[in-house]
Design a protein around this ligand. Sequence first.
Ligand code: 13P
Length: 249
Amino acid sequence: MRRSIIAANWKLNASRSMVDTFMPAVDAQASASGNTDIVICPPYPYLDLVGQKVQASNLHIGGQTMSLEKEGAFTGEVSADMLRDVGCRYVILGHSEQRRYHADSDISIGTKMVTALRAGLTPIVCIGESLQQRKEDKAESTIMRQLGALLALGRWVDLSDLVIAYEPIWAIGTGETASPEQAQAMHAYIRAELTKSRAQLADTVRVLYGGSVNPDNAAKLFAQTDIDGGLIGGASLQADSFNQIITAV
Ligand code: 13P
C-alpha cells in the first residue's frame, strides 16, 4: 500500500507572519492525518523557520529545487547536502517553472534526482505536457521522454523512494484542472511505463497530481486508483484550504 502525500509548493510566496499563522494549523491537521505524508516546500530563507514549527511526525519540509553541484563557486545555488543539513526530507525537481525560467532539462533533472537520492532526499520530480503538446496529441510522448530520461539516468540507483508529480502545464495556476478521468489516464500510463522499466517500481513509486487542485476538486482527483496525492500551489498558501485538501486525501 502506497502512503499518500500532500505537498505544498509555495513558489515565491511567504513571510514570517504567514509561517506563524499557517504552521500551527497545518501541524494540528497533520497530527490528525497520520496515514498521509505532508510536505511543505517554502522558499529557501523560510525552511528553517518552517522546520522549527514542525511537531507532527508525518509533517516534513522540502526544497523547491537544488543545484547539480555539491559546493564551490556557484553563486545563488543550494546543494542537496545543505537541504539535508537544514532538515529537509524532500526536494521538488524539474518543476515546469524551473524548466522554463532556469533551463532545467531532462538530463539535468535526472542527474539532480540521482544526487538527491544519494544525499538521502526524496525527490518529487515534476513531469507534464504543455497545452500545445496536448493539442498535437503529444502528451504521452512528452511524458515518455521526460520519464525515460529519469529511468535512464537512474538505472544504477534504487528508485523505490522516488515521487513523480504529473503536472500538466496548462493546468498550473490557470484554474483549469485535468478532469479526474484525464488525470487517472495519465497516471496509469506513467505507472505502466515505470513497470515496463522495473516491475517493482509500480507498487512503490508515488505519483502525485498537480495543477489547480483546490478543496472542491481534490476528493474526486484523489479517489482515482493511480493518484497517490497532490502537489499544491495556490491552494497551499492558506492553512484552511490546504487542510481541506489534506482531509480530502
Ligand atoms: P497551482 O496549484 O497553483 O495550479 O500550482 C500547481 C503547481 O505548480 C504545484 O507545483
